[in-house]
Design a protein around this ligand. Structure first.
Ligand code: F6R
Length: 260
Protein backbone atom coordinates (compact mmCIF):
# COMPACT_ATOMS: atom_id res chain seq x y z
CA UNK A 1 0.00 0.00 0.00
CA UNK A 2 1.42 3.37 -1.01
CA UNK A 3 0.38 6.23 1.26
CA UNK A 4 0.57 9.80 -0.02
CA UNK A 5 -0.20 12.69 2.32
CA UNK A 6 -0.75 16.20 0.96
CA UNK A 7 -1.31 19.45 2.87
CA UNK A 8 -4.66 20.20 1.30
CA UNK A 9 -7.57 18.34 -0.25
CA UNK A 10 -6.91 20.15 -3.57
CA UNK A 11 -3.33 18.87 -3.69
CA UNK A 12 -4.55 15.37 -2.86
CA UNK A 13 -7.12 15.61 -5.67
CA UNK A 14 -4.37 16.47 -8.16
CA UNK A 15 -2.52 13.25 -7.20
CA UNK A 16 -5.71 11.22 -7.75
CA UNK A 17 -6.25 12.94 -11.10
CA UNK A 18 -2.65 12.07 -12.06
CA UNK A 19 -3.40 8.37 -11.48
CA UNK A 20 -6.46 8.59 -13.74
CA UNK A 21 -4.51 10.41 -16.40
CA UNK A 22 -1.69 7.82 -16.32
CA UNK A 23 -4.07 4.89 -16.70
CA UNK A 24 -6.12 6.58 -19.43
CA UNK A 25 -3.05 7.55 -21.45
CA UNK A 26 -1.51 4.09 -21.09
CA UNK A 27 -4.69 2.37 -22.40
CA UNK A 28 -5.49 4.25 -25.64
CA UNK A 29 -7.29 1.16 -26.94
CA UNK A 30 -9.87 1.34 -24.14
CA UNK A 31 -9.90 1.64 -20.39
CA UNK A 32 -12.37 0.62 -17.71
CA UNK A 33 -12.74 3.00 -14.78
CA UNK A 34 -14.40 2.18 -11.47
CA UNK A 35 -16.10 5.28 -10.09
CA UNK A 36 -17.13 6.17 -6.55
CA UNK A 37 -19.73 8.75 -5.62
CA UNK A 38 -20.10 10.78 -2.41
CA UNK A 39 -17.97 13.80 -1.59
CA UNK A 40 -14.49 12.20 -1.44
CA UNK A 41 -13.74 12.03 -5.20
CA UNK A 42 -15.50 15.24 -6.21
CA UNK A 43 -12.40 17.48 -6.20
CA UNK A 44 -10.51 14.89 -8.26
CA UNK A 45 -13.41 14.72 -10.73
CA UNK A 46 -13.35 18.52 -10.95
CA UNK A 47 -9.63 18.44 -11.73
CA UNK A 48 -10.19 15.77 -14.40
CA UNK A 49 -12.95 17.90 -15.98
CA UNK A 50 -10.48 20.80 -16.05
CA UNK A 51 -7.81 18.64 -17.70
CA UNK A 52 -10.40 17.46 -20.23
CA UNK A 53 -11.38 21.04 -21.09
CA UNK A 54 -8.00 22.72 -20.93
CA UNK A 55 -5.47 19.98 -21.67
CA UNK A 56 -7.36 17.69 -24.03
CA UNK A 57 -7.51 14.68 -21.71
CA UNK A 58 -10.01 12.45 -23.48
CA UNK A 59 -12.30 9.81 -22.00
CA UNK A 60 -13.66 8.77 -25.40
CA UNK A 61 -12.11 5.31 -25.08
CA UNK A 62 -13.33 4.80 -21.50
CA UNK A 63 -16.19 2.91 -19.96
CA UNK A 64 -17.13 3.14 -16.30
CA UNK A 65 -18.75 1.08 -13.57
CA UNK A 66 -20.13 2.69 -10.43
CA UNK A 67 -19.58 1.07 -7.05
CA UNK A 68 -23.07 1.26 -5.69
CA UNK A 69 -26.62 2.58 -5.79
CA UNK A 70 -29.46 3.15 -3.34
CA UNK A 71 -32.32 0.63 -3.55
CA UNK A 72 -35.61 2.23 -4.49
CA UNK A 73 -34.34 5.69 -5.41
CA UNK A 74 -35.41 6.62 -8.95
CA UNK A 75 -32.60 7.46 -11.37
CA UNK A 76 -34.04 10.95 -11.67
CA UNK A 77 -33.58 11.63 -7.92
CA UNK A 78 -30.64 13.97 -7.54
CA UNK A 79 -29.11 11.76 -4.83
CA UNK A 80 -29.30 8.58 -6.90
CA UNK A 81 -25.74 7.65 -7.76
CA UNK A 82 -26.83 7.28 -11.40
CA UNK A 83 -27.58 11.00 -11.39
CA UNK A 84 -24.79 12.06 -8.99
CA UNK A 85 -22.00 10.78 -11.20
CA UNK A 86 -23.51 12.49 -14.26
CA UNK A 87 -24.06 15.80 -12.45
CA UNK A 88 -20.60 15.81 -10.89
CA UNK A 89 -18.44 14.19 -13.54
CA UNK A 90 -19.42 12.20 -16.57
CA UNK A 91 -21.74 14.69 -18.28
CA UNK A 92 -18.83 17.14 -18.36
CA UNK A 93 -16.31 14.90 -20.13
CA UNK A 94 -16.41 13.04 -23.44
CA UNK A 95 -17.23 9.56 -22.11
CA UNK A 96 -20.10 7.77 -23.89
CA UNK A 97 -23.04 8.07 -21.47
CA UNK A 98 -24.29 4.59 -22.44
CA UNK A 99 -21.02 3.18 -21.09
CA UNK A 100 -21.43 4.69 -17.61
CA UNK A 101 -23.02 1.76 -15.83
CA UNK A 102 -24.41 1.40 -12.32
CA UNK A 103 -26.38 -1.18 -10.34
CA UNK A 104 -30.13 -0.94 -11.01
CA UNK A 105 -31.62 0.40 -7.78
CA UNK A 106 -35.09 0.39 -9.29
CA UNK A 107 -35.08 -3.30 -10.26
CA UNK A 108 -38.08 -5.28 -9.04
CA UNK A 109 -35.61 -8.03 -8.13
CA UNK A 110 -32.55 -6.22 -6.73
CA UNK A 111 -30.83 -9.50 -5.82
CA UNK A 112 -30.89 -10.66 -9.44
CA UNK A 113 -29.92 -7.16 -10.62
CA UNK A 114 -26.88 -7.27 -8.33
CA UNK A 115 -25.71 -10.59 -9.74
CA UNK A 116 -26.24 -9.33 -13.30
CA UNK A 117 -24.21 -6.20 -12.59
CA UNK A 118 -21.36 -8.21 -11.11
CA UNK A 119 -21.29 -10.41 -14.22
CA UNK A 120 -21.24 -7.37 -16.50
CA UNK A 121 -18.05 -6.11 -14.85
CA UNK A 122 -16.35 -9.47 -15.34
CA UNK A 123 -17.60 -9.72 -18.95
CA UNK A 124 -16.19 -6.26 -19.68
CA UNK A 125 -12.77 -7.57 -18.69
CA UNK A 126 -12.64 -6.03 -15.22
CA UNK A 127 -11.71 -2.60 -13.93
CA UNK A 128 -8.32 -1.02 -14.72
CA UNK A 129 -8.47 1.72 -12.09
CA UNK A 130 -10.94 1.87 -9.22
CA UNK A 131 -11.34 5.04 -7.17
CA UNK A 132 -12.67 4.59 -3.64
CA UNK A 133 -13.72 6.72 -0.70
CA UNK A 134 -13.99 5.30 2.79
CA UNK A 135 -16.86 5.62 5.25
CA UNK A 136 -16.39 6.43 8.95
CA UNK A 137 -17.40 2.81 9.63
CA UNK A 138 -14.51 1.60 7.47
CA UNK A 139 -16.73 0.66 4.53
CA UNK A 140 -15.60 0.73 0.92
CA UNK A 141 -18.42 0.67 -1.57
CA UNK A 142 -21.20 0.05 0.94
CA UNK A 143 -19.55 -3.00 2.46
CA UNK A 144 -20.30 -2.26 6.08
CA UNK A 145 -18.49 -3.97 9.01
CA UNK A 146 -18.65 -7.78 8.93
CA UNK A 147 -19.04 -7.87 5.14
CA UNK A 148 -17.48 -11.01 3.72
CA UNK A 149 -14.07 -10.49 2.18
CA UNK A 150 -15.18 -12.66 -0.74
CA UNK A 151 -18.54 -10.93 -1.26
CA UNK A 152 -19.85 -10.05 -4.72
CA UNK A 153 -22.28 -7.33 -5.75
CA UNK A 154 -25.37 -7.67 -3.57
CA UNK A 155 -27.94 -5.92 -1.41
CA UNK A 156 -26.67 -4.54 1.90
CA UNK A 157 -28.24 -2.67 4.82
CA UNK A 158 -26.49 0.55 5.81
CA UNK A 159 -25.40 1.09 9.40
CA UNK A 160 -27.14 3.87 11.33
CA UNK A 161 -23.86 5.79 11.26
CA UNK A 162 -23.70 5.72 7.46
CA UNK A 163 -27.36 6.76 7.17
CA UNK A 164 -26.62 9.69 9.50
CA UNK A 165 -23.44 10.59 7.59
CA UNK A 166 -25.26 10.54 4.25
CA UNK A 167 -28.27 12.49 5.54
CA UNK A 168 -26.35 15.69 4.71
CA UNK A 169 -27.12 15.07 1.03
CA UNK A 170 -30.88 14.71 1.61
CA UNK A 171 -33.57 17.11 2.87
CA UNK A 172 -34.15 14.91 5.94
CA UNK A 173 -32.53 11.78 7.45
CA UNK A 174 -35.80 9.85 6.90
CA UNK A 175 -35.27 10.16 3.15
CA UNK A 176 -31.97 8.23 3.13
CA UNK A 177 -32.63 4.72 1.82
CA UNK A 178 -31.27 2.10 4.21
CA UNK A 179 -30.74 -0.54 1.52
CA UNK A 180 -28.15 -0.36 -1.23
CA UNK A 181 -26.74 -2.41 -4.06
CA UNK A 182 -22.98 -2.50 -3.73
CA UNK A 183 -20.05 -4.17 -5.40
CA UNK A 184 -18.71 -6.74 -2.95
CA UNK A 185 -15.27 -6.70 -1.41
CA UNK A 186 -14.32 -9.63 -3.65
CA UNK A 187 -15.52 -7.67 -6.69
CA UNK A 188 -13.60 -4.51 -5.72
CA UNK A 189 -10.43 -6.53 -5.06
CA UNK A 190 -10.44 -7.70 -8.70
CA UNK A 191 -9.73 -4.16 -9.93
CA UNK A 192 -6.19 -4.09 -11.34
CA UNK A 193 -5.31 -0.96 -9.43
CA UNK A 194 -7.03 1.08 -6.75
CA UNK A 195 -6.72 4.64 -5.53
CA UNK A 196 -8.52 5.49 -2.30
CA UNK A 197 -8.89 9.08 -1.22
CA UNK A 198 -10.03 10.55 2.09
CA UNK A 199 -10.18 14.03 3.50
CA UNK A 200 -11.02 15.43 6.91
CA UNK A 201 -10.57 14.50 10.53
CA UNK A 202 -13.77 12.44 10.73
CA UNK A 203 -12.14 9.89 8.40
CA UNK A 204 -8.91 9.65 10.43
CA UNK A 205 -9.87 6.65 12.65
CA UNK A 206 -11.07 4.55 9.69
CA UNK A 207 -7.99 5.51 7.65
CA UNK A 208 -5.67 4.51 10.51
CA UNK A 209 -7.38 1.11 10.77
CA UNK A 210 -7.27 0.59 7.01
CA UNK A 211 -3.58 1.37 6.64
CA UNK A 212 -2.07 0.18 9.92
CA UNK A 213 -4.70 -1.93 11.68
CA UNK A 214 -5.12 -5.70 11.69
CA UNK A 215 -6.99 -7.14 8.72
CA UNK A 216 -10.52 -7.74 9.92
CA UNK A 217 -14.10 -7.66 8.64
CA UNK A 218 -14.73 -5.26 11.54
CA UNK A 219 -13.02 -2.65 9.33
CA UNK A 220 -13.80 -3.81 5.78
CA UNK A 221 -11.30 -1.47 4.08
CA UNK A 222 -8.46 -3.39 5.76
CA UNK A 223 -8.85 -5.97 2.97
CA UNK A 224 -7.01 -3.46 0.74
CA UNK A 225 -3.79 -4.42 2.56
CA UNK A 226 -4.04 -7.66 0.53
CA UNK A 227 -4.26 -5.89 -2.85
CA UNK A 228 -1.01 -5.57 -4.85
CA UNK A 229 -1.65 -2.06 -6.21
CA UNK A 230 -3.34 0.38 -3.85
CA UNK A 231 -2.52 4.06 -3.44
CA UNK A 232 -4.07 5.91 -0.50
CA UNK A 233 -4.17 9.68 -1.04
CA UNK A 234 -4.94 11.74 2.06
CA UNK A 235 -5.03 15.28 3.27
CA UNK A 236 -3.31 15.94 6.59
CA UNK A 237 -6.50 15.77 8.63
CA UNK A 238 -7.42 12.31 7.31
CA UNK A 239 -3.84 11.17 7.97
CA UNK A 240 -3.75 12.58 11.49
CA UNK A 241 -4.12 9.25 13.33
CA UNK A 242 -1.52 7.34 11.34
CA UNK A 243 1.57 6.30 13.32
CA UNK A 244 3.99 6.02 10.41
CA UNK A 245 3.38 9.24 8.49
CA UNK A 246 7.06 10.21 8.67
CA UNK A 247 7.95 6.93 7.00
CA UNK A 248 5.32 7.45 4.25
CA UNK A 249 6.76 10.91 3.53
CA UNK A 250 10.30 9.49 3.54
CA UNK A 251 9.25 6.85 0.99
CA UNK A 252 7.78 9.55 -1.27
CA UNK A 253 10.93 11.67 -0.96
CA UNK A 254 13.15 8.72 -1.84
CA UNK A 255 11.26 7.04 -4.66
CA UNK A 256 13.30 4.54 -6.63
CA UNK A 257 14.04 6.12 -10.02
CA UNK A 258 14.72 3.81 -12.91
CA UNK A 259 17.65 4.77 -15.18
CA UNK A 260 16.56 6.12 -18.60
C1 F6R B 1 -19.78 5.88 -2.65
C2 F6R B 1 -19.21 4.83 -1.81
C3 F6R B 1 -18.91 5.07 -0.37
C4 F6R B 1 -18.29 6.43 -0.09
C5 F6R B 1 -18.09 6.61 1.41
C6 F6R B 1 -17.53 7.97 1.75
O1 F6R B 1 -19.95 5.41 -3.98
O2 F6R B 1 -19.03 3.75 -2.28
O3 F6R B 1 -18.03 4.07 0.09
O4 F6R B 1 -17.07 6.53 -0.76
O5 F6R B 1 -19.31 6.46 2.06
O6 F6R B 1 -18.49 8.94 1.47
P1 F6R B 1 -18.07 10.47 1.33
O7 F6R B 1 -17.09 10.52 0.23
O8 F6R B 1 -19.34 11.19 0.98
O9 F6R B 1 -17.49 10.85 2.63
Amino acid sequence: MEVIVRSTAEEAAAVVADRFEQVIRSHPEGVTLGLATGSSPVLAYRELIRRHREEGLSFAAARAFLLDEYVGLPRTHEQSYYRFIRDNFTSQIDIDDALVLSPDGEATDPIAAAARYDRSIVEAGGVDLQILGIGATGHIGFNEPTSSFSSRTRVKTLTEQTVTDNARFFDSPDEVPIHVLTQGLGTIMEARSIVLTAQGEHKAPAVAQMVEGPISARWPATILQMHPSVTVVLDEAAASQLELTDYYRYVQDNKVRLPH
